[in-house]
Design a protein around this ligand. Sequence first.
Ligand code: AMP
Length: 459
Amino acid sequence: MEEACGVFGIYTQGGDIQAASAAYYGLFALQHRGQESAGIAAADGKVIRQYRNLGLVPEVFDDEILRGLTGHIAIGHVRYSTFGGKDVINAQPVVARCKMGMLALAHNGNLVNADALRAAMEDQGAIFQTTVDTEVILNLIARESSKGLLEAIRSMMQVVRGSYALVLLTKDSLIGIRDPYGIRPLCLGRVGDSFVLASESCALDAVGAEFVRDIRPGEIVTIDQSGVHSVHVPAPLGSRLCLFEFVYFARPDSVIDGVNVYQSRVEAGRRLAIGDDVQADMVIGVPDSALAAAMGYAQQSGIPYGDGLAKNRYVGRTFIQPNQGMREVGVRTKLNAMTRNVRGKRIVLVDDSIVRGTTSRRIVEMLRTAGAREVHVRVSSPMVLNACYFGIDIATSQELIGHGHSVEDICRFIGADSLKYLSLEDLCKTVEGAGCGLCTGCFDGRYPIDPETGEMLEG
Ligand code: AMP
């Protein structure tokens, strides 16, 4: 299975910020991007120290561990739950020793040719300790050591295919790398004389850093004692930021490639309501990711917005559950209907996406049990028809309810009175003005890279 993750890096200078502690808070702000494992590596100009383990950020780290991660530079990683490979050895950052000294690498994304590259290197005698793509990337960089770090990174970028937002730590520098299509986000921030790299701007806010800019597709940005330096590898003309970041994955208080995630979700809800003539008493959203869209729907339709579902804040994302049975229990543990609010009412239930259909089905059932008279499901994204090969864990095509089923079938399956999706055209309009193009592969099968061959298809 694929994995989506969060990455963070900080180069501190002359201040009172402890790099590893800042990484801790940065990762905490990115916890929504991965709940399986967390790790931090720190460098003090001489050596790299690291700690990683399975669990949530505050479970993995305590004061003592953080104090032990001395040094003025740090990177961190949170890993998304997957179905296999749940092993501490696969936690990141991955650290290696090579001719250039120690390197630590944290990766958000997924390579489509990692297996082929790994096999080729193994044929030549390379030994791998983990099953993650990140180690393949690190090996590719290490084997070109003689060219110097920047050239070694460029060489790596010429052969890997897929999505990658990387933070790389050397003993005395911090490097951020974004793949040539810019599929996964990465941004740069600044606090005093210190520089920060993060998957999302909400992590900059968490450490008091101000947003400087997004890292551009194909950009390698090096931060060291002499400041911030940037070089670019040749990138396709059209970038392809993952549209699902806006739909579901990113935090609403983040701004990605110039688009405010919250605003894009409100706009998606507003567009969903245009031309919808459903008669209803209340609009509710599935907390948390669909609340903004529900608000937009209510504003546009004039149907009052209300609370219909309570969320247990201490439960991670539903997909943490490893099998379908547990996933269904997971939905119930996470959400409960607010009986008094929904009883006797005709409800418009807004959700951000339907992937397997489990969540919507359970919620519709819950609302009916609580006495809702009608439940009309409105989805603020199009049907998810295809698997993602670039870092969002949205199941295999066979598991997707949108795959091979009509809207009517799905409506029946989830037990709703009616069902409507937002069109892809409308969804793309919600991120208008973005400083990048979009990957819409899960909705329309138009991937920027052929998942089988690794061939770059667009731009
Ligand atoms: P389901 O249709 O049961 O598979 O789940 C869809 C619900 O899970 C939606 O309410 C989304 O908010 C959420 N969701 C969508 N994509 C993901 C993902 N990649 N990982 C975890 N949850 C997701």
